[in-house]
Design a protein around this ligand. Structure first.
Ligand code: KG4
Ligand code: ZN
Length: 336
């Protein structure tokens, strides 16, 4: 079994995964959403302190599996430095004390492998990765051959949902709040600009849309606007984000021979976006694969699942070299 730890942002999670069957034997996550909600976003120092309390609490529940552990896996990049360090310190200590190898897991690759939790991998795939920190389309040929085909030039999709909610005086994280308000809203009430609509670029951009939403919200009275206005703004915003994702994805997927497409990351929990993306895939003769709802947002089961690939290829790291990398460093910037 592999014990995996996730602490790249505001979720403390630990999983135990059976290497041979890929079954998740144990998974527990403690989210810090309510603690960060009052600030409208994640406060890194607070997140780090909360991990220092939550991770040992979860670890205490996994003791019975210790004799069966073959490796310790931990997210080491990308993420918040001070929160990654909490998971890494725990992983190093466990690997040293139990005398078993250490596996460093890339958070975005783990999100992609959330598709294969308790399943064999299905490759090649083209993946739309939409999270709080990233927005990318990635061509995945194998666990160590992933190419970034498109990326955001500024904010991520998840971040734009969070900011839209914050501007309307709603809590954090904003994604699920916006999705739920949008159900009672009219998505054609406000015309918002679809980003890069007339540009041939196959890239994403959310900052212009965020500014347009800010001006709209201000014109409606800010956080004091009526509940119905909030629903209409949420629906208009969500629909514009979907149109942007669809326009750019269509350009890319039309030329892409790979038939299997997937959507992963925290925003993949959004049903409206998922259904819209599925329609696009169907119209292009592609098949959309999705992640189980509980594994869309950050979790340790996906870290464990990706770690199985590294374990089977004997790709380990040592105590000294394992560091928290907050940015993505590439020899070639299209390689994930
Ligand atoms: O993948 P994730 O848990 O963390 C990162 O790796 O960033 O993604 C978190 C992001 C947040 O921005 C959150 O607002 C967004 O995913 N999110 C959603 C929904 N649920 C979570 N965005 C849109 N609709 C949702 N239902
Ligand atoms: Zn994530």
């Amino acid at each position: 079994m592999i014990l995996s730890i996730e602490s790249s942002c505001d979720d403390s999670a630990i999983a135990i995964t059976d290497i041979a069957t890929k079954n998740v034997i144990f998974h527990q996550k403690i989210s810090q959403e309510s603690e960060h909600s009052v600030y409208g976003g994640v406060v890194p120092e607070l997140a780090s302190r909360l991990h220092a309390v939550a991770l040992p609490r979860i670890l205490a529940l996994t003791k019975e599996y210790f004799p069966k552990l073959k490796a310790i896996a931990v997210t080491n990049e990308p993420g918040l430095g001070v929160t990654l360090m909490e998971g890494i310190a725990m992983a190093k200590t466990l690997s040293f004390a139990l005398n078993i190898p250490l596996i460093a897991v890339h958070h975005l690759k783990a999100h992609i492998y959330s598709l294969f939790i308790e399943k064999e991998s299905l490759l090649p795939l083209v993946v739309l990765l939409v999270s709080g920190g990233h927005t990318q389309i990635v061509r995945v040929k194998s666990f160590d051959d992933m190419e970034i085909l498109a990326t955001t030039m500024d904010d991520s999709v998840g971040e734009s949902f969070d900011k839209c909610a914050k501007m309307m005086g709603l809590g954090y994280p904003g994604g699920a709040i916006i999705e739920s308000l949008a159900k009672d809203g009219d998505c054609s009430k406000y015309a918002l600009p679809v980003p890069l609509a007339n540009s041939p670029l196959i890239a994403f951009s959310l900052s212009g849309l965020k500014n347009a939403v800010r001006l709209l919200i201000e014109s409606l009275g800010g956080a004091n606007m009526s509940h119905q206005d909030k629903c209409d703004v949420a629906a208009s915003f969500q629909n514009t984000v979907l149109l942007h994702l669809l326009q750019k994805s269509k350009k890319l997927l039309t030329k892409e021979p790979i038939k299997n497409i997937a959507i992963v990351g925290g925003v993949a929990a959004n049903q409206y976006i998922k259904i819209g993306y599925e329609k696009l895939c169907n119209s292009l003769g592609k098949k959309l694969h999705t992640v189980e709802l509980r594994y869309c947002s950050d979790n340790a089961a996906m870290v464990g699942r990706y770690a199985i690939e590294l374990y089977n290829n004997q790709i380990f790291t040592n105590q000294i070299d394992l560091q928290a990398n907050t940015t993505q460093k590439h020899k070639n910037n299209t390689k994930l």
